[in-house]
Write a protein that binds this ligand. Structure first.
Ligand SMILES: NC(=O)c1ccc[n+]([C@@H]2O[C@H](COP(=O)([O-])OP(=O)(O)OC[C@H]3O[C@@H](n4cnc5c(N)ncnc54)[C@H](O)[C@@H]3O)[C@@H](O)[C@H]2O)c1
Length: 355
C-alpha cells in the first residue's frame, strides 16, 4: 500500500495493537482509539494500559485518542479533522458470557458503535476502506447442527464435505447467538449494508479464535491466553461441557492483520469472509491442556463442569476457502506451536497472574 492515514479502533487490544505496530512499521500515519474499556468489562486483568505504553515506546507515527466509539460528537470532530484512507474497526465488548450482565452496554458498543463509525466514514471519507472484525458467533449455534463424530480427544465433523469447516453460507438467523452474537450480527449486517447499499468498500471478517501475545486474557475472553496464564501461575481452570473436547481454530493476530492488509490492497464492497486458523490451527480443550502441560512440564489444575456455556460451539473450524480464493497471496504463517510459544514467553516476561 502507498502511505496512508489509518484509523484503528480498539488500538490497545489484541488485534488493534498488532495493526498499529504493523502499519506504523510500514511508515503509515496511524491513529488509534481506545478508552481501555476492556478493564470496565473484565476488571484489572483486562486492563490494556501496559499494551498502550508498549505501543508508545515502539512506534513512530502513532497518535492515541482516548475516545469512546459510542461518543458520536467526538468521532465527528476526529473525522472532520483529517481524512482517513483505511478504517479498521476492532473495538468491542468481546465476550458472549459477559454480554448477559450488560446487554445495553454490549449493544451500544458493538452495534451502535459500529454504525457511528460507518456513518462518520460515509459523511467524511466515503472513498476510504472499512474493515470490520465480526465473529463466528453471528452464526449462533447453527454450526452445532452439523453431524459430528467423537474422537479420543476432540469432536470432529462426521461428513467429509464438512472437513474444511464452516463457510459463509451458514445461516445467521433462527439460531441461539448469545446477546453478544446478536449485537455483533447487527453490526455485521449494517457493515454489509454500507457496502452493498452505499457501494462503500467495506469488508466483514467473521473471526474464529483470534489470539497472540498481546492479549490481556481473562476467563471470559481470550481462551489460549487465559489458559497459559493459569498454567504458568498455578491457578485453576474450568472447562464447561462437551467432555472438554470442543474444538476452536486459532489464528495469530499477525495473520489477521495480514489478511486485512490484503483486503485493503484490493477491496470489495460488503464482502463477508470467515477468518480463523482453519483446520491446521484447530485444537480441542483436552489437546490444549495437554500442550501447555507438555510445555510447562507441570500438570495443570483444571476442573470439568458438565453444563456447557449457552450457545457455545462444539466444533468450530473456519473454512478459509473463500478468502484464499479472493486473496491467493494470503495464508496462515504462524502455526499452533509457535502461537503457544509466543504467548508463554510473553506472559513469563510480563509475570501475569489470573484473578
Ligand atoms: N479475540 C477473539 O477470539 C475474537 C474472535 C472473534 C472476533 N473478535 C473480534 O475482534 C475484535 C478485536 O478483538 P480483540 O480480541 O482484539 O479484543 P480486545 O478486547 O483485546 O480489544 C478490543 C479493544 O477495544 C477497546 N474498547 C472496548 N470498548 C470500547 C469503546 N466503547 N470505545 C473505545 N475502545 C473500546 C478495549 O479497551 C480493547 O482494548 C473485536 O471486535 C472482537 O469482537 C475477537
Amino acid at each position: 500500500m502507498s502511505l496512508k492515514t489509518i484509523f484503528v479502533t480498539g488500538s490497545s487490544g489484541l488485534i488493534g495493537s498488532e495493526a498499529v505496530e504493523h502499519f506504523d512499521r510500514q511508515g503509515h500515519q496511524v491513529h488509534g482509539i481506545d478508552n481501555n474499556m476492556r478493564a470496565v468489562y473484565f476488571g484489572d486483568q483486562g486492563d490494556t494500559t501496559w499494551n498502550l505504553e508498549r505501543l508508545r515506546r515502539c512506534t513512530k507515527n502513532f497518535t492515541h485518542h482516548s475516545l469512546d466509539i459510542r461518543d458520536r460528537v467526538a468521532l465527528e470532530t476526529l473525522f472532520r479533522s483529517r481524512p482517513f484512507d483505511l478504517i479498521v474497526h476492532y473495538a468491542a465488548q468481546p465476550s458472549h458470557d459477559k454480554a448477559r450482565d450488560i446487554p445495553i452496554l454490549d449493544f451500544e458498543v458493538n452495534a451502535i458503535g459500529a454504525v457511528n463509525l460507518l456513518e462518520a466514514m460515509r459523511l467524511h471519507c466515503p472513498k476510504a476502506i472499512f474493515v470490520f472484525l465480526s465473529t463466528s458467533k453471528v452464526y449462533g449455534d447453527s454450526p452445532n447442527e452439523l453431524p459430528l463424530k467423537e474422537l479420543e480427544t476432540r469432536w470432529d465433523y462426521a461428513y467429509p464435505e464438512d472437513h474444511n469447516g464452516i463457510n459463509e453460507n451458514c445461516r445467521i438467523d433462527r439460531t441461539l447467538h448469545s446477546l453478544f452474537g446478536a449485537s455483533k450480527a447487527s453490526a455485521d449486517l449494517m457493515a454489509q449494508e454500507y457496502g452493498r447499499y452505499f457501494g462503500m468498500k467495506v469488508g466483514i471478517f467473521r473471526g474464529g479464535c483470534l489470539t497472540g501475545p498481546a492479549h490481556s486474557g481473562v476467563e471470559l475472553h481470550g481462551f489460549l491466553s487465559y489458559l497459559v496464564k493459569v498454567a504458568i501461575s498455578g491457578g485453576s481452570y474450568t472447562v464447561f461441557g462437551y467432555k472438554a473436547k470442543q474444538v476452536r481454530d486459532n489464528i495469530h493476530s499477525s495473520d489477521v492483520v495480514r489478511a486485512i492488509e490484503e483486503f485493503a490492497s484490493n477491496p470489495r464492497a460488503g464482502e463477508v469472509y470467515n477468518l480463523g486458523g482453519g483446520r491446521e490451527n484447530s485444537i480441542s480443550m483436552l489437546e490444549a491442556i495437554a500442550k501447555v502441560e507438555e510445555m510447562t512440564g507441570k500438570k495443570m489444575n483444571w476442573q470439568y463442569v458438565d453444563q456447557n456455556r449457552i450457545g457455545d460451539h462444539i466444533c468450530y473450524i473456519s473454512d478459509l476457502t473463500k478468502f484464499k480464493s479472493h486473496y491467493p497471496n494470503w495464508k496462515i504463517t504462524i502455526g499452533l506451536d509457535e502461537i503457544f510459544r509466543q504467548i508463554m514467553a510473553d506472559q513469563r516476561l510480563r509475570n501475569v497472574a489470573p484473578h
